[in-house]
Write a protein that binds this ligand. Structure first.
Ligand SMILES: [Zn+2]
Length: 431
């Protein structure tokens, strides 16, 4: 599996990889948006003007040399002047992404900046967000108003009645910021459809950031028998699938699977989820971690769940666009929508922010045979189950229910399946 290696890969290959993700993720149209990278020689590699984003190839990428000459078989994007303006005023920025993703455009056309204090990692990933007044696309004036914002030290800007532009220390960093910001915007919009979003205080966000993965001691000798390797493959497959299905973003999410006894494998911290490799996954055995690897910040919680619930063999902790509407508003999701939802989930209680931190008992006392999932307010959703694919299925069912409820909110009030009908379902499917 190919990894985005920003140290070794040619800029044009990096750009192709990321533009493909952005297009497939529904974050740009065929014609809109552009990406650039500045290399060590000061040459800027940029997407071409008016070429289909769905079928772009490395040879389509244009190079704007340091002296202004242009190399390549196409014209560079008409918006490349503002990319150059950003690189001039902020030499530490090495990659720029500009696009018109729908949720951020919603903010740009009502002339607001999304408040990233709504989920814990977003403030840290996005940083402060600037706001550039409207100017004609491709004009020097647009370059000036954007550069003015970046000169203040921000790495992300809302472009009035246009879209967004973000910078990063490399393309992976810029993509994570871009994706997280759009996710935040979407969460706020979905949350506002069903209720009123709540925000975290800076202190609560700092508490999350300072929560160093409780450092389990390192094991001396690591073995990777075939059943252990099979779990790595399973975890990688589900993480990539979750990313492709919009059920996980680069900057957040943990998957673990029980190995034997209370030993398990878990995703690491600080690795872009869509880019996860088999070797990144961390083995936890006899309460010790694989040397040199940092397991997820929520490892303690996973460990306790496996110890206390012998029927649980896999766990997914993630952020999905519609379940997060319930998470940020604290509204209770009613899964008595359709038989499938109730049979799979029965009840999804909300628990307060911070419940997944090491040492907290709330989630452990809430989960049970009839409560396979919880929504952590302003944070995420946690789903448990036996086989990993089944747990992922439960997550999908929960997300679809949340989506139907959110979309239905403008049509009318939910009429749930009644108690008698629930009892019939219980008898037929759960006893
Ligand atoms: Zn544009």
């Amino acid at each position: 599996m190919r990894k985005l290696n920003t140290k070794w890969m040619h800029p044009r290959d990096q750009i192709i990889m990321i533009i493909d993700k952005i297009y497939k993720g529904g974050l740009t149209t065929t014609s809109g948006g552009n990406i650039s990278i500045i290399d060590d020689d000061g040459d800027v590699w940029v997407t071409p003007s008016a070429i289909d984003k769905g079928t772009l190839r490395p040879t389509d990428i244009v190079c704007v040399k340091k002296d202004g000459t242009i190399e390549g078989r196409h014209k560079p994007s008409s918006e490349y002047p503002f990319h150059i303006a950003i690189y001039k005023c902020r030499p530490e920025i090495k990659a720029v992404i500009h696009a018109h993703p729908p949720a951020l455009v919603s903010f740009s056309i009502v002339r607001q900046i999304p408040n990233t204090n709504v989920i814990p990692q977003a403030k840290h990933v996005c940083g402060p967000i600037g706001y550039a007044p409207y100017a004609l696309p491709g004009s020097n004036e647009l370059g000036d108003v954007i550069a003015d914002e970046f000169a203040k030290g921000v790495n992300a800007v809302i472009m009035e009645n246009h879209g967004t532009v973000v910078g990063g220390s490399d393309l992976s960093d810029a993509f994570q910021r871009f994706e997280t910001m759009e996710f935040c915007a979407r969460t706020l919009i979905n949350g506002s459809t069903i209720g009123k979003p709540n925000y975290l205080s800076d202190e609560q966000i700092d508490a999350f950031e300072n929560q160093i993965p409780r450092l389990l001691p390192e094991m001396e000798k690591v073995e990777h028998p075939s059943d252990e390797r099979a779990i790595r493959e399973q975890i990688q497959r589900i993480v990539l699938r979750a990313c492709d299905q919009g059920m996980m973003i680069s900057s957040y999410g943990t998957v673990s699977v029980r190995w034997k006894g209370d030993d398990f494998l878990i995703t690491p911290t600080n690795v872009a989820r869509w880019d996860i490799q088999l070797k990144d996954i961390v083995q936890i055995k006899d309460g010790k971690r694989e040397p040199g690897k940092l397991p997820s910040r929520s490892t303690w919680l996973h460990q306790e769940i496996y110890k206390r619930f012998p029927h649980i063999n896999s766990i997914i902790l993630t952020q999905t666009p519609y379940l997060m509407a319930y998470s940020v508003t604290g509204e209770k999701i009613d899964v008595r929508t359709i038989p499938e939802s109730w049979i799979f989930l029965q009840d999804i209680p909300n628990v307060p922010f911070g419940s997944h931190f090491a040492g907290e008992e709330t989630i452990l006392s809430t989960l049970g045979e009839n409560t396979p999932a919880v929504i952590i307010n302003n944070d995420s959703v946690l789903v448990t189950g036996d086989k990993l694919l089944g747990t992922f299925d439960k997550l999908e069912v929960a997300e679809f229910s949340a989506k139907s409820l959110t979309m239905g909110a403008s049509l009318g009030k939910l009429v749930p399946i009644n108690q008698e009908q629930i009892e019939d379902l219980r008898k037929k499917f759960l006893s």
